[in-house]
Design a binder for this molecule. Structure first.
Ligand code: FAD
Length: 338
């Protein structure tokens, strides 16, 4: 069978819009993973990246977007004060407008707080049902996603009207090392009719995030996690010191977050972040299924827990039964300086 441009094996036209998140003039690696995922939708897929914001950092991010992945066909830039902050209301309107102009067969976003915030609202405006947390793609309309906190995998087929909207688990689509040799074209989205309606119903108040030299939790090669057993924010500093020595990111269980030891952005698990580091170290973490849902793709799991029957030991490659208040200082002392 001969295939024409942008048509998959079943004769379906495919062109994808990837909603891209950027920070400090760079496209986040989770968004680059979404392009990698878009690549699996079929051959001849024309992939456009949509960026929004305002000012010079948006233009820097657009330049990065144009070469961040070999498969980017074009970069669409929406530059407006109304899009300065990534509010779901404004973004959803933008997606609706860009979709109506470009009629994409697929719209993808990474399954982080940015994508989880925008995608359902944009899908409602476009009157389609999104498929969330996609971890594998086996054709333009068939996807695999975890269910029951990752204890089972479900294969789903999208039979609705286009666009097929997907949120992508970036840990399942690693960013390739190659970039685009020549930059993809960048064009500005015409925003002359953008505004009004729901846009005025939400207002950006403030962003609170940890200013840290440590690697980003979602991409770190090593993650050091603490549970409720750490007992206080003060004791979590012990873990932070260990992370510094290892060049690791710090994570936490929901119990530790709920107890106020660390901010919410450090939570790993079903309702937190999904991580897939080379080394995952858990200190005083029981191993509840909701936590395990976020660490399953880790290559090596090390657990320290004083209870030999703790469920975390069932998934750990290396387990140490002992008191974390003795083991962490000992590790800190014995590990060589970087
Ligand atoms: P605990 O269960 O209290 O375990 C503490 C562990 O530390 C125990 O195993 C204990 O033996 C050990 N310990 C105690 N003292 C020491 C010591 N001195 N040295 C060594 N070990 C010690 N949880 C998440 O983490 N992420 C999620 O995304 C998440 N989402 C959820 C979603 C839903 C809908 C629900 C219902 C729950 C969710 N949870 C989530 C909560 C989850 O069920 C567990 O309650 C939580 O993971 C437990 O955290 P923990 O292991 O820190 O605490």
């Amino acid at each position: 069978m001969t295939m024409t441009a942008n048509v998959d094996a079943a004769g379906i036209h495919i062109s994808t819009l990837v909603l891209a998140e950027h920070e400090g003039g760079c496209i986040k690696s989770s968004s680059i993973s979404s392009i990698e995922a878009a690549n699996s939708l079929g051959e001849n897929n024309s992939i456009s990246m949509l960026l929004a914001g305002s000012g010079s950092s948006l233009q820097e991010a657009a330049t990065h977007a144009a070469s961040c992945h070999p498969s980017v066909s074009q970069v669409l830039v929406a530059d407006s004060d109304k899009l300065k902050y990534p509010l779901a209301e404004a973004w959803a309107k933008l997606v609706e407008m860009v979709q109506n102009a470009g009629v994409y067969s697929h719209i993808l976003a990474a399954s982080g707080s940015f994508g989880k915030n925008i995608l359902p609202r944009a899908a409602a405006l476009l009157d389609v049902s999104p498929i969330t947390d996609v971890i594998a793609i086996s054709g333009s309309h068939q996807f695999v996603r975890p269910i029951y906190a990752g204890n089972a995998l479900s294969t789903v087929r999208y039979t609705g009207e286009p666009p097929c909207m997907l949120s992508i688990r970036s840990t399942s689509f690693p960013v390739p090392s190659e970039t685009r040799s020549s930059a993809a074209p960048i064009s500005q989205v015409d925003l002359s009719t953008f505004g009004g309606g729901t846009l005025n119903k939400a207002r950006f108040v403030k962003l609170t995030s940890q200013d840290s030299e440590r690697p980003d939790l979602g991409n770190a090669r090593i993650v050091v996690t603490g549970g409720r057993a750490l007992k206080s924010a003060e004791n979590f500093k012990m873990l932070e010191k260990l992370a510094e020595k290892l060049g690791a990111a710090v994570g936490a269980t929901r119990a530790a977050v709920d107890a106020g030891f660390v901010p919410n952005e450090l939570q790993i698990g079903q309702t937190g972040k999904i991580v897939a580091p080379d080394l995952y170290m858990a200190f005083g973490v029981s191993g509840a299924i909701q936590h395990l849902a976020g660490i399953r793709d880790s290559k090596v799991i090390v657990a320290v827990n004083k209870d030999p029957d703790a469920p975390i030991f069932q998934v750990a490659d290396y387990g140490l039964v002992g008191d974390l208040f003795e083991i962490i200082p000992e590790l800190q002392e014995k590990l060589p300086e970087k």
